[in-house]
Ligand binder design. Structure first.
Ligand code: SF4
Length: 237
């Protein structure tokens, strides 16, 4: 088990290497990858799609308008800042803001995600948007149907790591879009306000997973009282 100081050192080394990463062609057009942010002790890992221009400018994931909606949902859910870690499927901003369809880029950047996962070992993972849901977790069901559904999962490429609770949620940028009545799909038919409320509702279900986790630990070995304490700290990144 790595202690907090060890995790900080490892995360700093990973972050420095990401900043200098030039594995993919998109680096020729856009500099400055946007590394992860969050606590080394996080139990919850959010995995988004790719940084936008504001994220690149500020050097932080989920720093733009979409990020504000996610952060506000996290605040409303009263999640502890020490419990959170945010990263992206792809760490460089794609050309024209379009998510790249080159599988090599996904594979290249997934190597960085694996490093992060090995250090953080989250017990709850939230895929933010359909790209993370599909590309990181190889899920076929569309995000508008799968959003909000919890399942127990193993990392597809790190089988020796413990299983975790997994939930995909709508990407905030999709929540800002208006209803599209062309589909027989209740989420597609929702207006922007309804989709934002749905995202908040799904994020608000995260603390319930800690209860499930603590209950299952209790069956094997009674946890010390401190393990169930919930002293909330603000989101710090
Ligand atoms: S997308 Fe990822 S792997 Fe590719 S250059 Fe950027 S940081 Fe490196």
């Amino acid at each position: 088990m790595i202690d907090e100081a060890g995790k900080r050192t490892l995360l700093k080394a990973i972050r420095d290497r990401i900043r200098g990463c030039r594995k993919c062609s998109i680096r020729e057009d856009y500099d400055k990858p946007v590394p992860f942010a969050g606590s080394p002790n996080a139990r919850v890992m959010f995995i988004g799609e790719a940084p936008g221009s504001e994220e690149v400018e500020r050097g932080k994931p989920f720093a733009g308008k979409s990020g504000q909606l996610l952060r506000s949902a996290i605040e409303k859910a009263e999640l502890d800042g020490d419990d959170l870690f945010i990263t992206n499927t792809i760490l460089c901003r794609p050309l024209d803001n379009k998510f790249p369809d080159d599988p090599e880029i996904i594979v290249n950047c997934q190597a960085w995600l694996r490093h992060q996962v090995r250090v953080i070992r989250p017990s709850v993972v939230v895929a933010v948007g359909g790209k993370a849901h599909k590309l990181v977790f190889d899920q076929r069901e569309g995000i508008t149907k799968a959003c909000g559904n919890w399942s127990e999962m193993k990392w597809p490429w790190e089988e020796d790591l413990p299983s975790f609770w997994y939930m995909p949620v709508l990407h905030p940028s999709f929540c800002f879009r208006g209803a599209d009545g062309r589909y027989d799909n209740p989420v597609m038919n929702m207006n922007s306000q309804e989709r934002c409320a749905l995202l908040e509702k799904h994020i608000a279900s995260i603390p319930e997973r800690f209860v499930v986790e603590e209950e299952s630990e209790e069956k094997e070995e009674a946890p010390p009282p401190a393990a169930t304490k919930f002293e909330r700290k603000k989101l710090r990144f």
